[in-house]
Design a protein around this ligand. Structure first.
Ligand code: AMP
Ligand code: ZN
Length: 116
C-alpha cells in the first residue's frame, strides 16, 4: 500500500524528481540526494514497506529483487567492491521510513573503526 506522504512513495510515483539509475519489476535505484561516497545510490522497493522489521514473508520476494538490482547495477558499472547497508528503525539511523538499501562504492566505510 502506498503511503501518501512518504517521500520515497512520491519519488516512485514521480511526483518529486530523482536521478534514476536503474529499475526492475519490484525496485528502483536512485542517486542519494546527499551522497556520502563517490557512488551512493538508494535501492527502494516500489511498494511501501516501512522497514525490514515490517516486511511480511510474502514481501520478502521484494527484498530479493532489491539485491538483484544491486547486483545488476554493479555489473553494469563494472563495480567490483560495494557495500549494501540498511538502517532499520530511528534508533539505528533510519530517517526515511520506507525500506531502502544504501548502495555505496568508492569509499572505505571501515576507515574510522567500524569492523564487521
Ligand atoms: P536513512 O537515513 O537510512 O533513512 O537514509 C535516507 C536517505 O535518503 C539519506 O541518505 C538521504 O540523503 C536520502 N534522501 C532523502 N530525501 C531524498 C530525496 N528526495 N532524493 C534522494 N535521496 C533522498
Ligand atoms: Zn513509502
Amino acid at each position: 500500500m502506498a503511503a501518501p506522504s512518504c517521500i520515497f512513495c512520491k519519488i516512485i510515483r514521480q511526483e518529486i524528481p530523482s536521478a534514476i539509475i536503474k529499475e526492475n519489476q519490484a525496485a528502483i535505484a536512485i542517486k542519494d540526494i546527499s551522497p556520502r561516497a563517490p557512488v551512493h545510490y538508494l535501492i527502494i522497493p516500489k511498494i511501501h514497506i516501512e522497514s525490514v522489521a515490517h516486511m511480511s514473508d510474502t514481501e520478502a520476494t521484494v527484498a530479493a529483487q532489491m539485491l538483484i538490482l544491486a547486483r545488476d547495477i554493479a555489473a553494469d558499472a563494472g563495480i567490483v567492491g560495494f557495500n549494501l547497508i540498511t538502517n532499520n528503525g530511528a534508533s539505528a539511523g533510519q530517517s526515511v521510513m520506507h525500506m531502502h538499501v544504501h548502495f555505496l562504492a568508492g569509499k572505505d566505510i571501515y576507515e574510522h573503526g567500524l569492523s564487521l
